[in-house]
Write a protein that binds this ligand. Structure first.
Ligand code: ADP
Ligand code: MG
Length: 382
């Protein structure tokens, strides 16, 4: 496929219409690109802001044809567009990240094998794919005894498709409960900290990373991100080095998020997201260039923006549907705080665990930003 820069008013196609797509579309339109979103949900958050919203399945032949006719480049905002549909598109139009990169990131087995084969460190794990596969008991015990997590290889997110187990019998029971589909089993690690590194890479190998984020999860869902992460410079440099090397090894084009565990001071790769990431939402409010603008720049093969921070530190807290339990939160609490920014994605209804929005607070000091952000979230609930 040709590699010339794609400049406005070219048309960008987006597979997926969630909040990540919404911000990327807004960034694209700001720069003067035309935009087309595919999402079967008529109320998809990105559909509301795109020039065109194709309400269709991702592998719908008519939708695919329309994309190839209308779009100059196609990108994605979630890891699960059917890889076959991306292959079909990639034969006809520029697709970034590549179907091969997306395929790796959408399957935990392929992802771990790719990481291990390329010399990146992951935690102890084993693969459950075929029922008749015999795994030596010693191998099972080394992963499972002391606690493990069974994760479906495909289609899991926000802790969905995961079961914690205590022993080998529990592992088999959980596997059956998850439908006997291909799974990975990971030892439960004693985490010092969770980090993520987001980088953008262009087809000609230019890479721009953002500062490392420190992430806290509740029930498997991201709850808080703090940037810069409160780790020493050498850990942050190593984390950025790992994420950049992964992007190079994939020949990646676009924005890539790498989730990492810190265990006993060592960095282990948890998983990859072939797209902008929840832990990068802060870039909308405290980075010279947001992850969404950078995604558009990278996939279009134009210059990358600077990623320097515009505040000493920032905290982001997610607003899940749970916050709506007693009615719409009182947003004036957040809007009255000059250092806070409110983001709502236009989703309805507000179900438990559903990501409805987020808020950020900038500060001189990270700890203070987190406390303030959590306090605002607490106080806006009815
Ligand atoms: P998802 O695709 O749902 O984000 P993850 O594999 O990232 O799946 O798991 C979600 C969260 O669960 C992680 O961010 C971490 O907090 C916790 N977790 C996952 N795997 C492990 C593990 N092996 N040891 C300890 N905690 C884990
Ligand atoms: Mg994760």
């Amino acid at each position: 496929m040709r590699n010339e820069p794609i400049v406005p008013p070219a048309t960008i196609g987006m597979m997926g219409g969630g909040q990540l797509g919404r911000y990327a579309i807004i960034a694209a339109r700001t720069m003067g690109y035309r935009t087309l979103v595919v999402d079967p949900d008529p109320s998809a958050p990105a559909g509301a802001v795109a020039d065109v919203h194709l309400i269709a399945a991702y592998d719908d032949p008519a939708a695919l044809q329309r994309i190839t006719l209308d779009c100059d480049v196609v990108t994605t905002e979630f890891e699960n567009p059917p890889a076959g549909a991306l292959d079909h598109l990639a034969e006809r139009v520029r697709v970034a990240p590549s179907p091969a990169s997306v395929r790796i990131a959408q399957d935990r087995i392929a992802e771990k094998r790719f990481l291990v084969d390329n010399g990146f460190t992951v935690g102890p794990y084993l693969v459950l794919d075929e029922p008749e596969t015999v795994i030596p008991p010693g191998v099972v015990a080394s992963v499972v005894e002391g606690g493990a997590i069974v994760k479906t290889a495909r289609l899991g997110y926000d802790g969905k498709g995961q079961r914690r187990v205590a022993d080998t019998a529990g592992m088999h029971a959980a596997w059956a409960e998850l439908g006997g589909v291909a799974c990975v089993v990971e030892r439960v690690l004693d985490l010092d900290l969770e980090l993520s590194v987001i980088v953008a890479r262009t087809a000609d190998g230019r890479i721009e990373p953002w500062p490392v984020a420190e992430n806290r999860h509740v029930d498997g869902i991201l709850d808080v991100s703090i940037v810069p992460a409160r780790v020493d410079d050498s850990t942050a440099d190593r984390a950025i080095g790992i994420a950049s090397a992964i992007a190079d090894a994939l020949g990646y084009v676009g924005v890539l998020a790498v989730e990492m565990f810190v265990v006993g001071g060592e960095l282990l790769v948890n998983e990859l997201a072939p797209r902008p990431h929840n832990s990068g939402h802060w870039t909308l409010d405290a980075s010279a260039t947001s992850q969404f603008e950078q995604q558009i720049r990278a996939v279009c093969g134009v210059g990358l923006g600077r990623t320097t921070m515009t505040a000493p530190s920032i905290a982001m807290v997610n607003l899940l549907g749970d916050l709506w339990a007693n009615g719409t939160p009182d947003w004036s609490v957040v809007l009255d705080e000059p250092r806070a920014k409110l983001h709502l994605y236009g989703k309805s209804p507000a179900r438990r665990g559903r990501k409805m929005g987020h808020l950020t607070v900038t500060s001189q000091v990270a700890t203070e930003a987190v406390e303030r952000a959590l306090d605002l979230r607490r106080r806006c609930a009815r």
